[in-house]
Design a protein around this ligand. Structure first.
Ligand SMILES: Nc1ncnc2c1ncn2[C@@H]1O[C@H](COP(=O)(O)OP(=O)(O)OP(=O)(O)O)[C@@H](O)[C@H]1O
Ligand SMILES: NC(=O)c1ccc[n+]([C@@H]2O[C@H](COP(=O)(O)O)[C@@H](O)[C@H]2O)c1
Length: 265
């Protein structure tokens, strides 16, 4: 790769890049697979079973349809400075993500890098992963001991990719970085956001956009879960038990007059 790498980053205090579940040696012995790491950026307010399901869907898709091999996968909760109405503190959102993956997953990791500092654009987040994985850790190896750089890929729902065609939300330079040859995206169809429509204006980068139609549609969202909480209704099928317990113990998402959330959903 000839593009230059960003190498200057501000880390939160006491930050360590999580790599305990990263696979450092490829399974593939044919030499044809490209190692990739999945990174989903978002509010995770709170993390839902649908967020976790995204990784399963992507894993099946990658195995069956691509020459990629997934060596790691991360959730990257957004900074409090993102300022979305109803966003609970990064501390709670990171804790909920950690509890969820501890309980449910053997391969996902939570990276608190963007959560615990100023707002970082998604392109900068992917640059941070590229730097940590390829410059600091030195990428991964083939079974024969050959070095391979890891390709970072944004894992996203089609609603997020749809915003890439909205004027003023993403800069052309950032889109070129995220969807260019170095990175790329795996897009999971989300009800109400047809994948072809969501990616229609991004044809410049079509070779690096992998779209996955959903076999079983699921219109769940964190917004809907917050609404259920406020109304005192059951959330058992949307969240993991450890996440529900955490929310109750910390009294999150309760009805608050003037929170700006009333009536959304
Ligand atoms: N049901 C779903 N199907 C497909 N993708 C999803 C689903 N829920 C969340 N995602 C994706 O997960 C990523 C992080 O999402 P985010 O935390 O913003 O969830 P959200 O449910 O959209 O949140 P909110 O309702 O608070 O706006 C985004 O790429 C989003 O598209
Ligand atoms: N220009 C950008 O980098 C840009 C624009 C819009 C959203 N995003 C990211 O997409 C995610 C969106 O999350 P929500 O769906 O919860 O709003 C966040 O991680 C946010 O940082 C990035």
């Amino acid at each position: 790769m000839t593009e230059s790498r960003t190498t200057t980053f501000t880390n939160p205090r006491n930050y360590t890049f999580p790599s305990h579940r990263l696979r450092r040696t490829l399974h593939d012995s044919t030499g044809t697979k490209q190692p990739i790491v999945l990174v989903a950026c978002g509010s995770f307010n709170p993390i839902t079973n649908n967020h976790l399901r995204m990784y399963e869907i992507a894993n099946d898709f990658v195995r069956e349809n691509t020459d990629f091999e997934i060596v790691g996968a991360y959730l990257s909760p957004v900074s409090d400075e993102y300022g979305k109405p109803g966003l609970v503190s990064a501390h709670h959102r990171v804790n909920m993500c950690s509890l969820a993956i501890e309980q449910e997953s053997s391969w996902l990791m939570v990276d608190p890098w963007e959560a615990f500092q100023n707002y970082q654009r998604t392109a900068a987040v992917l640059d941070h992963f590229d730097y940590e994985l390829n410059m600091v850790l030195g990428g991964v190896s083939t079974p024969d001991g050959e070095h391979r750089d890891v390709r970072i890929m944004l894992l996203a729902g089609s609603d997020l990719i749809n915003t890439m065609s909205e004027p003023g939300v993403w800069s052309h330079d950032d889109l070129d970085r995220i969807l260019g040859r170095r990175y790329g995206t795996i897009v999971i169809e989300r009800e109400g956001y047809n994948v072809a429509q969501a990616t229609g204006n991004l044809s410049l980068w079509q070779n690096n956009i992998y779209t996955i139609p959903q076999l079983i549609q699921n219109d769940g969202s964190s917004t809907k879960v917050r609404l259920l909480f406020r109304r005192g209704l059951s959330v058992q099928s949307s969240l993991l038990p450890a996440v529900i317990e955490y929310i109750e113990q910390n009294n999150l998402y309760g009805w608050q007059v003037g929170s700006g959330e009333e009536g959304q959903g």
